[in-house]
Ligand binder design. Structure first.
Ligand SMILES: Nc1ncnc2c1ncn2[C@@H]1O[C@H](COP(=O)(O)OP(=O)(O)OP(=O)(O)O)[C@@H](O)[C@H]1O
Length: 240
């Protein structure tokens, strides 16, 4: 679905992503794991088109169509192509109701491409109850659900979640994990999960990519994840 090869990114003179290779596949959840500041958000922003890459390739593969180079495609058009994102900030319109938020999110793609309200509320029953409530009045967890629902109404083929567990309690994290597994296994969505939480990645991801100082230092199926090497990279540097 999406293949990254030798992707490099710089913030000014600071080299932030180094020759990153990554494949994101339909129906699979890929955990992009790394400590704070290792490049997870930068990688997500390069894929969605918020940041330009310096070199390398990002090719979008879709059945029955020739591969497309994402490079020249602006961020707004990448949503129409099937790539959507939930940022760490969980952006929603706080002055608008849940329904209005979802209505605006639908505008990013053609009407025929969107997920209808019944399907969205089936995935997020709590949002149905709160559909007339303003975004700003929702709890943090419900705001995250609304941000996720706003991404899903565009029927993404690739969904990128940036640290979805940050700041949430165990009950919501458990529910979110179940939802992510459903989205990948039942709806066939390719999911890129940028996370610091190794237990969460172990629970929901099929495969992983480990970023360290902008380099992909290990990747593979989730099964060998108990490998001490991986645990070593996932330990804060101060302890290494
Ligand atoms: N706008 C920016 N300008 C300059 N440097 C930046 C900018 N954003 C991030 N960086 C730097 O790029 C590197 C990667 O940051 P990034 O936010 O991608 O990491 P991360 O793994 O997502 O971390 P976190 O988990 O804290 O969000 C860090 O050294 C960070 O300080």
């Amino acid at each position: 679905m999406l293949s990254l090869r030798a992707v490099n990114h710089y913030y000014g003179n600071q080299h932030s992503l180094w020759d990153v290779d990554l494949d994101l596949l339909p129906g699979k959840c890929t955990g992009v794991l790394g400590l704070p500041g290792m490049g997870k958000t930068t990688l997500a922003n390069c894929i969605i088109g918020n940041l330009p890459i310096e070199s390398g390739t990002m090719f979008w593969h879709q059945a029955g169509a020739p591969p497309r180079d994402l490079g020249p495609i602006p961020a707004a058009n990448r949503i129409a192509l099937g790539i959507n994102y939930v940022s760490q900030e969980r952006r929603i319109f706080s002055q608008l109701t849940v329904e209005e938020n979802l209505h605006i999110a639908r505008q990013a793609v053609g009407e025929s491409e969107t997920m209808n309200s019944c399907d969205i509320y089936r995935l997020f029953p709590q949002l149905f109850v709160l559909r007339q409530a303003k975004g700003g009045t929702l709890s943090e967890d419900n705001q995250h659900q609304l941000a996720l629902a706003s991404a899903l109404v565009t029927r993404p083929r690739l969904l990128i979640l940036d640290e979805p567990t940050r700041g949430s309690g165990q009950a919501y994290i458990h529910k979110l994990g179940n939802l992510i597994v459903r989205l990948s296994q039942e709806l066939g969505i390719a999911i890129m999960l940028a996370e610091q939480s190794l237990p969460f990645i172990r629970r929901v991801a099929d495969c992983y990519c480990l970023l360290h100082r902008g380099r992909n230092v290990a990747q593979g199926q989730i099964t060998p994840f108990g490998d001490p090497l991986i645990n070593g990279w996932a330990t804060p540097e101060i302890k290494r």
